[in-house]
Design a protein. Structure first.
Length: 459
């Protein structure tokens, strides 16, 4: 952040109405730094600063403000100031702002735009909410394959001033269909008399305006570019999407997945800004489902009450063996959900995953079962804690842990595949949900093993 200006300076300059000094000190500030500095100001004082900024700078700074602050600022500013900012904003940033507002407010703001910008905004808002079309901007540079490099550079100098990015140049044919993309360095380093066609390899990655925005995240991973072209259904080039917008999409998707994996619905708003009542509503649904599911644990315990009455010592190890199954299931679920999100695991890979989890579950169960066996043995020799049948009890706990951890690993890894297969979000197979499922089934495994090993002794 620029050290020559701080929060106190802004406040004092506004209070003293020294607007000339304020305009001079903020003229060359990076938009992100200036937005951060203005965030604590009241909307009225922010409006004063915005009136002193050049239109393009004001639009850039405005795009860095939070959604809430943007809405407050729009209310505090005069119509002509709002119109200036909205007309100067990049189309994708403007769409992100408008799509969060009520319909009547959107219409009022659209009426403030110039006819050209209103047509662009209306077109972008006409796409589905989660589509690539909402993210794209029509501000980019295109050239034709028969042009020379020199002619193309003249064209870029003339029309590139409003382009969202100059790193990529797009080649179109006579029907405005996309035929290739070129890095700007290819053009800059080529001989001036060379035709653009000599630089082309006809290999490019593009997006459809109707694609889901999360598909764009995957495309950017594969392309390793800072911008990708967007076409319509007949391959006509209509816009581009830049990586800064895709990073926002990736962050939003990751946040939603993490919230679901924690046993909650996606909050849709920042934690500190969402209303308590709305957050309770988002979290209560899953808590109720999990609570009702846990009631099955009590039902399962009741099913084995005779065994527990005969060998009360079995109940001591219930939390131990059950939590181990829930933990292994939660681990497997989290690993598979993340692997799916990264594209490392596809639906067709379920059989390979199952084989891996069988081996992993047996290994992990064997480790925990051995530790459980040793623990009971040590306690017997040190304290004589478990009576004459301690060995059978240790064997019961050890073998039950193998079965429960194996079952937990299989359940946690297969549930995301099942949910995706039926068209649901795998992230909803959250760690708490898997743990609850394994709790119930783990009890059955534990007491079944106990019945087989301890029959005729403790049972």
């Amino acid at each position: 952040m620029n050290p020559t200006l701080n929060m106190i300076d802004l406040e004092s300059l506004i209070a003293s109405r020294d607007f000339a000094a304020l305009r001079e000190q903020t003229r060359n500030w990076p938009a992100g730094d200036l937005a951060e500095l203005m965030e604590p100001l009241s909307a009225e004082k922010e409006a004063v600063v915005f009136r002193l900024l050049a239109r393009e700078q004001a639009a850039d700074v405005f795009s860095y403000l939070s959604q809430e602050r943007q809405e407050e600022l729009l209310k505090a500013m005069a119509h002509e100031d709002v119109a200036g900012i909205l007309n100067a904003m990049s189309p994708d940033d403007r769409t992100s702002l408008l799509e969060e507002l009520p319909a009547n407010v959107i219409q009022q703001l659209l009426n403030l735009l110039s006819p050209q910008e209103r047509a662009i905004a209306s077109q972008l808002l006409g796409y589905e909410e989660d589509s690539v079309g909402r993210l794209m901007t029509p501000d980019f540079v295109r050239v034709r394959s028969h042009w020379t490099v020199a002619y193309a550079l003249d064209h870029i100098r003339r029309y590139g001033v409003d382009s969202e990015t100059m790193s990529m140049i797009y080649v179109i044919d006579k029907d405005n269909k996309l035929v290739d993309d070129l890095r700007i360095r290819q053009i800059l380093l080529a001989p001036p008399e060379s035709p653009i066609s000599d630089l082309m390899d006809s290999r490019f990655i593009s997006l459809k305006a109707t694609d889901h925005r999360e598909a764009a995240v995957e495309a950017f991973k594969d392309a390793d570019l800072i911008a990708l072209p967007v076409t319509d259904t007949v391959n006509t080039l209509i816009g581009i999407v830049t990586v800064d917008d895709i990073l926002d999409v990736a962050e939003e998707a990751a946040t939603e997945d993490f919230q679901k994996m924690g046993g909650s619905e996606a909050l849709d708003e920042p934690y500190m800004k969402i209303a308590i009542s709305k957050m309770v509503q988002k979290r209560a649904t899953w808590l109720i489902i999990l609570f009702l599911s846990e009631m099955l644990t009590a039902t399962a315990m009741g099913r084995f009450e005779d065994e527990i009455a005969k060998a009360v010592v079995l109940s001591i190890f219930v939390p131990l063996v059950i939590s181990s199954g829930g933990n292994s299931g939660s681990q497997a679920s989290t690993l598979i959900i993340r692997a799916m999100a990264l594209g490392e695991v596809k639906l067709r890979d379920w059989w390979h995953v199952m084989k891996r989890e069988i081996l992993s579950g047996l290994s992990l169960g064997g480790i925990l079962g051995t530790i459980g066996f040793i623990r009971i043995s040590i306690w017997h020799y040190l304290f004589g804690a478990y009576g004459e049948h301690w060995f059978l009890l240790a064997l019961t706990v050890g073998l039950a842990l193998v079965g429960i951890v194996l079952w937990g690993s299989l359940s946690g890894s297969m549930l995301p595949f099942l949910l995706r297969r039926v068209g649901l979000d795998p992230a909803t197979s959250s760690a708490p949900f898997v743990a609850t499922l394994v709790d119930v089934s783990g009890l059955i495994i534990y007491f079944t093993v106990a019945g087989l090993i301890l029959r005729g002794t403790l049972l």
